[in-house]
Ligand binder design. Structure first.
Ligand code: IPE
Ligand code: IPE
Ligand code: MG
Length: 254
């Protein structure tokens, strides 16, 4: 559609992993005089569009923050509506995911989900498990503090069982106990709707991610907005603690 923006993206330097906090559905709906759930329904359109955009570009991993553990504290009607929408959408999208070679993953505290939702998710995961293109990771009932506490607990249990020598615990050990153990860290994190915070999302994994904030509400976010974020990302100098001069010398050598 917008070849201009797409043409500005350097395909050789795409972020391997993009993570998105899909925020602003409720306000988007309220601004239109509608119920918050109306915003969540429209948010699904953006999910479809962005998943397609990432698959077309050749991004390897896309993590979407769809529901936080804190979101369980919202009014019951919104929680139920949102959960039903999320699980139904995932189920209905399986044929499209398969057609586009997209593999679905879920991260989060699955113990909080109703059994019917869990069964539907398990089925969707199994049906896309052979796909080798984009990895679509849905963060559902996810929070980073929950994930870190859980990881520490499991490491403790394995130390107690004699499976790990505590002296050898390293970054790699912790990484293996996170829900994201199979995925590289996100290089670009996008948050929509004008909020400048992380809201308990991938606190450890985002250590060196480039953060991109936009005022666009999630239901209005489309491929062109994604392209803008990637172009912005590609214009940044990622230093990882080194000096700009070191990075420039390394780039010249490569
Ligand atoms: C994001 O939109 C979706 C979820 C958090 C589940 P919100 O529902 O947070 O919308 P706002 O931020 O209230 O506008
Ligand atoms: C973060 O959005 C969670 C998701 C997008 C799923 P929230 O709307 O829940 O975050 P806060 O409450 O504004 O920090
Ligand atoms: Mg919000």
């Amino acid at each position: 559609m917008d070849e201009g923006l797409l043409g500005q993206i350097d395909k050789e330097r795409l972020p391997h992993h993009i993570a998105i906090i899909m925020d602003g559905n409720g306000r988007w709906a309220e601004e239109k005089g509608q119920d918050r759930l109306y915003g969540h329904y429209h948010g699904v359109e953006s999910v479809r569009n962005i998943v397609e955009g990432c698959a077309e570009l050749g991004v390897h991993y896309l993590t979407l923050y769809a529901f936080s553990t804190e979101n369980w504290d919202r009014p019951q009607q919104e929680v139920e509506g949102l959960m039903t929408l999320l699980v139904d959408t995932i189920r209905k999208e399986v044929p499209t995911l398969n057609k586009n070679n997209i593999r679905l993953h879920v991260i989060g505290d699955m113990n909080m989900l109703p059994q019917a939702a869990l069964n539907a998710l398990e089925e969707a995961l199994a049906m896309t498990s052979g796909n080798t293109g984009l990895n679509l990771i849905m963060a559902l009932s996810y929070s980073s503090r929950w994930e870190l506490v859980n990881a520490v607990k499991n490491i403790g249990l394995d130390v107690k069982a004699g499976k790990i020598d505590p002296e050898t615990i390293s970054h790699d050990t912790l990484q293996r106990y996170l829900t994201t153990s199979k995925f590289p860290d996100p290089e670009l994190m996008i948050r929509t709707s004008g909020e400048y915070r992380i809201s308990n999302f991938l606190l450890y994994q985002l250590a060196y991610a480039e953060l991109y904030f936009t005022n666009t509400r999630w239901p209005d976010f489309r491929k062109e907005n994604l392209y803008e974020a990637i172009i912005d990302f590609q214009a940044r100098e990622r230093r990882f603690g080194k000096t700009g001069q070191q990075i420039q010398e390394e780039t010249q050598l490569a």
